[in-house]
Design a protein around this ligand. Structure first.
Ligand SMILES: Nc1ncnc2c1ncn2[C@@H]1O[C@H](COP(=O)(O)OP(=O)(O)O)[C@@H](O)[C@H]1O
Ligand SMILES: [Mg+2]
Length: 498
């Protein structure tokens, strides 16, 4: 077809004997916004690297504007107008905005004397094309992630981009920043640009893309127009499973039961005040709020890391003191941190060591630590939480994000807690693993552990917490049952101004 910009035919590539892409066929039409979607590790970036000439496929052809290339190289890709916005944007932090944007102009114009004034003019022009205003003289290192990205896009435009590929461009952006980026992307399309948008957040895909290609394990499993499908269909194609979350309703909660965990007027100076909450056995209590609402500070305080400066805490009806993490753990309060990589795991240690990191002493006998007991016990957790790994002796670093998170949860559960505090348990986790983790959390609540789920993922809190508290500016401002509100109403509560 004459208006096909990119056509990949039967692309195969292997790394160290493992086939990563299998007979990939994909087409992108001129002027469209096309989404390439799939779970982490399915091969999306590998496709981008093949199109941009970074990797050479083992077989298959790449056709651009009707011209066939069995091998691309980065210069040829550029000459065809292909520009990539990589995940790290490849900007130079020490240079200014205009220097970054006009970086390649000397080479392009084959003129090594493009002067400062000229560069500034070019940079201004490029920023105008995307309708944004960034200080030309700011050092790029000092800009927000979103602005760095816009600088990278402006530079791509000056490099005669006709086809812009964005590899997971929204990962580090806030909701507002994503909205501005989408506006830029749609404007570019109006100016005739073709865009390949790579992602795995489905609401974004539906918002931005007309056409899509879904990859699973290196194979194209579905392509089409987004208007003909819904998110559930996409989840199915991405994971190969039918995943549908029901609203959690604390089925095991005894209506007459007393709270397992309770706080009264808990305060932490400058962070939050008068937080009174309770959780009964079988319940999952959600705490949600925007960044800076105090949700994480509250969690850290319940866990003894930043002890409260006022108020009371009760466990099984008895008043307790939580002045340190040690206190919390001794009472059976455990915490899953927001950032599992820096706080929850030793990435280079074996999976089974990580599972028992907090319970080593259980395996100490006369002859020291019994590695084999620890190993066997870890297998039980791997089985219980469906951790996908060929060998528990492998380092945690070999696991996907979702499976690594299951290791942290196993570690916490092996401590036999009464209260489990989870902070952002599925951040950066794929849909499939996310569903598994939610199932596990529900099972844990069913076993009688009081669960507090802190998250700014509204859909997650709404589906999985029978009761939800909303925090704003260090205060609990609303409390609702999940069955009484919609996700939209909950979102509204988060951002409502006083
Ligand atoms: N240079 C490489 N060497 C070995 N394995 C690689 C290389 N690049 C990618 N892979 C593997 O290929 C698979 C797909 O990776 P990638 O394309 O980055 O996935 P995605 O972008 O969809 O998350 C992963 O399992 C990854 O570990
Ligand atoms: Mg990738």
């Amino acid at each position: 077809m004459s208006d096909t910009l990119l056509k990949l035919s039967d692309i195969n590539i292997s790394f160290s004997g493992v086939q990563i892409l299998k007979n990939v066929n994909m087409q992108i039409q001129k002027g469209e916004i096309h989404c390439l979607i799939g779970e982490n590790g399915c091969g999306k970036s590998t496709i981008v690297k093949i199109v941009s000439g970074v990797y050479k496929p083992d077989s298959g052809t790449i056709e651009i504007n009707g011209k066939s290339h069995s091998v691309m190289n980065p210069t040829a890709a550029m000459e065809e107008g292909i520009q990539i916005i990589w995940q790290d944007f490849s900007v130079f932090p020490n240079l200014t905005v205009f220097e970054n944007i006009a970086l390649n102009q000397d080479l392009y114009n084959k003129n090594f004397f493009v002067n400062q004034k000229e560069r500034r003019k070019l940079a201004r022009h490029a920023l105008d094309l995307i309708g944004v205003d960034i200080d030309l003289d700011a050092t790029v290192g000092s800009l927000s992630v979103a602005k760095k990205q816009l600088v990278a896009i402006a530079r791509a435009l000056l490099n005669n981009a006709k086809f812009i590929i964005m590899d997971e461009p929204t990962t580090a952006l806030t909701k507002n920043e994503v909205a501005s980026l989408f506006k830029v992307v749609k404007d570019l399309q109006k100016q005739g640009m073709t865009i390949l948008f790579i992602g795995h957040k489905l609401d974004e895909v539906f918002e931005i893309a007309e056409n899509f290609t879904i990859i699973r394990n290196g194979e194209v499993v579905k392509e089409g127009q987004t208007k003909d499908f819904n998110q559930e269909d996409f989840v199915y194609y991405m994971t190969g499973r039918n995943i549908k979350e029901s609203l959690f309703d604390a089925p095991n909660m005894d209506k007459d039961s007393k709270p397992v965990f309770e706080t009264k007027d808990l305060c932490l100076e400058n962070e939050f005040e008068n937080v009174s909450l309770h959780i009964n056995s079988g319940e999952i209590l959600g705490i949600t709020g925007l960044l800076g609402s105090g949700r994480t500070e509250l969690a850290l305080s319940l866990y003894g890391m930043h002890p409260a400066t006022g108020g009371e805490v009760f466990l099984d009806g008895k008043k307790i003191q939580v002045k340190s993490i040690d206190d919390a753990i001794k009472q059976g309060i455990v915490y899953l941190p927001e950032d599992r990589h820096t706080e929850g795991l030793c990435m280079r240690r074996a999976i089974y060591h990580n599972i028992h990191m907090s319970t080593f002493d259980k395996f100490v006998g006369k002859n020291g630590i019994s590695e084999s007991d620890m190993y066997d016990d870890a297998l039980k957790w791997v089985d219980k939480f469906h951790i996908v790994t060929p060998n528990v002796e492998n380092p945690v670093a070999t696991l996907s994000g979702g499976n690594a998170q299951k290791v942290v949860i196993s570690r916490l559960m092996s401590m036999n807690p009464k209260v489990l505090i989870l902070n952002g348990p599925t951040v950066g986790v794929d849909v499939g693993a996310k569903f598994d983790i939610h199932e596990e959390i529900r099972r844990i609540a069913g076993e009688g552990v009081a669960v507090i789920l802190i998250s700014d993922d509204i859909a997650e809190v709404h589906a999985n917490c029978n009761r939800i508290m909303v925090m704003r500016a260090g205060r609990i401002t609303d409390e609702v049952r999940n069955c009484d509100v919609t996700e939209e109403e909950l979102a509204e509560m988060l951002s409502r101004q006083e």
